[in-house]
Write a protein that binds this ligand. Sequence first.
Ligand code: AMP
Length: 299
Amino acid sequence: MSVLVVGSTAFDSIKTPKGENPRLLGGSASHAAVAASFFAPVKLVGIVGEDFPAEYMKLYAKHKINVDALQKTSGKTFHWSGEYEVNMNNRRTLATELGVIEHFDPVLPDSHRSTPYVLLANISPAIQHQVLDQMKKPKFVVVDTMDLWLNIARPELLKLLKRVDAFVLNDSEARELTEDDNIVTALKKIHALGPKYVIIKKGEHGAMLSSPKGLFISPAFPLEKVVDPTGAGDSFVGGMIGYLASQPGALDAKLRRAMVYGSVVASFCCEDFGLKATTRSTRKAIEKRVAQLEKIARF
Ligand code: AMP
């Protein structure tokens, strides 16, 4: 089954202790779509400006990502720049130039409206609502977000949480949303806001799922060298939903494994700047790391 991904399609200018790279292909939707493409056909919903290079379009094509709903308009592509501290868990946004994303008004072609798996990757909750409004009875909807929307668009985000199956957020966002430092009780509070499945990402320490079947802890793949963690969260959720879409059977039965696949795709993402390492990776390389992770985590 296929996956529809809406989110930002961006230029990312990134500085980490390992180096500096301007105007890489980035954005939540780019990372998530490439990650999902290892498992299932992907339809990308986004917007870019006239400055968006053909070589980045080729990258989407390499991953067979459907770009029929990727609008190209006059103006500049969304540009995000960020800098990491020596401890790469800490990141500072240096600048956000919205460009064409400011007036993004996504209209889905008919061919996209009955896509069964929907990922509302990080973008404003208003746009996430707008895309969801156009979908016809999706099988599974996941929403991702960031602290910015908790601060400037909380009512829209809370409304959205009542419409989705799963909510993915990181531990600091969970703390901010619930005003609770305890991850276990924070999970309960987030369920009360609507989603049946809640996943809290904890960076290099993996992720925790709370579902009707109880809790699950997914490890992160241990890496010797982290070059740039930008997009790891998007790769995690993209890999996860792609795997879910590719497998038959009940959701609860495949969700744990899907999280492990998401963790592994995220590990590739961290090994080079932007999407470089993710796009170099293969399904075979992913399977190898999943098998390694299975050995490490079994007890
Ligand atoms: P992550 O490292 O998973 O948190 O995601 C980083 C990605 O989020 C980068 O590729 C950015 O382009 C994108 N991003 C940063 N700020 C925003 C924003 N305000 N809206 C949408 N996407 C953003």
